[in-house]
Design a protein around this ligand. Structure first.
Ligand code: LMG
Ligand code: NDP
Ligand code: PMR
Length: 398
């Protein structure tokens, strides 16, 4: 694949050659896939015989949940009977990746999906057209662009008495051609306000519930993206993600105090989206550092592939929406269907071989998962800590 991509590269962008060390692969991998990761992905089934891997396998019948590892058929039949359905909250499940994931999980009969959506009717219609059966889902109202709504959602969910086993922070908005910023109910720039701050509050408030779940493998997943990672070609298409020294975030991401952009710069909708994805990936790692050991929760992020047909591009110009899917399909070869991407995220939710915490998952051309490398900024622990602390203040947790 690296060779295919090489023909697309301008001479200014270097491409790694065979035989280079992993250190050099880190910053030059294409499409977020380095050769070493590719190899790792290819041998991952072998890890099943590995002691460290076995130790991390969830106990009991959860290992009967997917058909991707040999461990499945070895589950004792009596254990299968005792496992209750898992409960997974998916934000933004009314379209695209979220809907496809809800469908993939619901179809197994082993999950009840709580679809956390801002438009109830749209979500209801989406479940009908996707053919998700009534007993496998519940729609609950959540508008991530309002912290009040986030709190209300958490309250409603807790009152429902359902245990929470997995939370998937998936919803996002992308405003690539907006000339002026728009804002959430609390006055934060809309992309970072929705994609990062709304999810930050949601996951902080739901952490306690996740902790209390008796499910064998509890997970908190925050969807990331290649476009926030500047160690990839896609992440180098301007405007590039860059959180700078977070001065705009400190100022509250509004035009009154400072700037609507995290780095304090001029508003740029495409950059704000990419910045928000960096925040998502940093937040996942900070959760891992702060809570994995204590709670046993698996924290993970992922790049599911380029799902060029989703509603994410609804605000883009029609010409872009027309050309983007064939461009990704035939030129970059980064394209995946909604269905395939949904299966990938469903794997991160339930596959017993993906219990490692703190990982940013990606998939190679054979659709095998591997642990991908994040860019320097998206793996900067000091930035993650500062982002966490500033975000806590903005959402009223500190
Ligand atoms: C910014 O511009 C906007 O400023 C911002 O407002 C926001 O919209 C943001 O990310 C969204 O974009 C980015 C701009 C700068 O990129 C473009 O405008 C390029 C448009 C490309 C749209 C993709 C779909 C086009 C598909 C055309 C092909 C059709 C497929 C059919 C089959 C054809 C058969 C041949 O981008 C740049 O400045 C480019 C710099 C990119 C840096 C990476 C360098 C890689 C260059 C390698 C060339 C690859 C060749 C691909 C050809 C694509 C042709 C457009
Ligand atoms: P879609 O637009 O299809 O889905 C986004 C979902 O988020 C929609 O259901 C939307 O609701 C919901 N949403 C938006 N704003 C809010 C809000 N304020 N409150 C609650 N829900 C909201 O896009 P995708 O499926 O492509 O995106 C899903 C995730 O995948 C995002 O995190 C995106 O960053 C990520 N991703 C996407 C890629 C792609 O190529 N498409 C690549 C890499 C990552 P509604 O239906 O009401 O509009
Ligand atoms: Mg990108 C080389 C591979 C590759 C991949 C995997 C993506 C994914 N993109 C790639 C390359 C390129 N893109 C190149 C070479 C160009 C210049 C022609 C290019 C352009 C481009 C634009 C204008 N790409 C885009 C846009 C968008 O508006 C999308 C975006 O940045 O949204 C923030 C986008 C994307 N490209 C991707 C992916 C996954 C996106 C969707 C963004 C996301 O979900 O994070």
């Amino acid at each position: 694949m690296a060779l295919q991509a090489a023909s697309l590269l301008p001479s200014a962008i270097s491409i790694h050659k065979e035989g280079k060390s992993n250190a050099s692969l880190k910053e030059t991998s294409l499409f977020g896939v380095s050769a070493s990761d590719y190899l790792k992905a290819e041998i991952s089934p072998l890890l099943i015989g590995n002691k460290e891997f076995r130790r991390k396998l969830p106990v009991g019948p959860i290992i009967a949940q997917t058909a991707t590892t040999p461990a499945i058929s070895q589950a004792p039949p009596e254990a299968k009977k005792t496992l209750r359905k898992g409960n997974v909250i998916i934000t933004g499940a009314s379209s695209g990746l979220g809907l496809a994931t809800a469908k993939a999980l619901a179809e197994t009969g082993k999950w009840h999906v709580i679809m956390a959506c801002r438009n109830f009717l749209k979500a209801e219609r989406a479940t009908k057209s996707a053919g998700i059966s009534k007993e496998n889902y519940t729609i609950m109202h959540l508008d991530l662009a309002s912290l009040e709504s986030v709190r209300q959602f958490v309250d409603n969910f807790q009152r429902s008495g359902r245990p929470l086993d997995v939370l998937v922070c998936n919803a996002a908005v992308y405003l690539p051609i907006a000339k002026e910023p728009t804002f959430t109910a609390e006055g934060f720039e809309l992309s970072v306000g929705t994609n990062h701050l709304g999810h930050f509050l949601l996951s902080r408030l739901l952490l306690e519930g996740l902790k209390q779940s008796d499910y064998p493998s509890k997970r908190l997943i925050i969807v990331g993206s290649i476009t926030g990672n500047t160690n990839t070609l896609a992440g180098n298409v301007p405007p590039k993600a860059n959180l700078g020294d977070l001065r705009g975030l400190v100022g509250g991401l509004n035009v009154l105090n400072s700037s609507p952009m995290i780095d304090g710069g001029e508003f740029d909708g495409a950059k704000a989206y990419k910045d928000s994805k960096v925040c998502n990936m940093l937040t996942m790692q900070e959760f891992h550092r702060r809570f994995h050991e204590e709670t046993g929760i698996t924290f993970a992020s992922l790049y599911p592939g380029c799902i060029a047909t989703t509603g994410l591009f609804r605000e883009h110009i029609p010409l872009f929406r027309l050309l983007f899917p064939p461009f990704q399909k035939y030129i970059t070869k980064g394209y995946v269907s909604e269905e395939e991407a949904g299966k990938r995220l469903a794997q991160v939710v339930s596959d017993p071989s993906l219990t490692k915490s703190g990982v940013y998952w990606s998939w190679n051309n054979n659709s095998a998962s591997f642990e991908n490398q994040l860019s320097k900024e998206a793996s900067d622990a000091e930035k993650a800590r500062r982002l966490w602390e500033i975000s806590e203040k903005l959402v009223g947790l500190a």
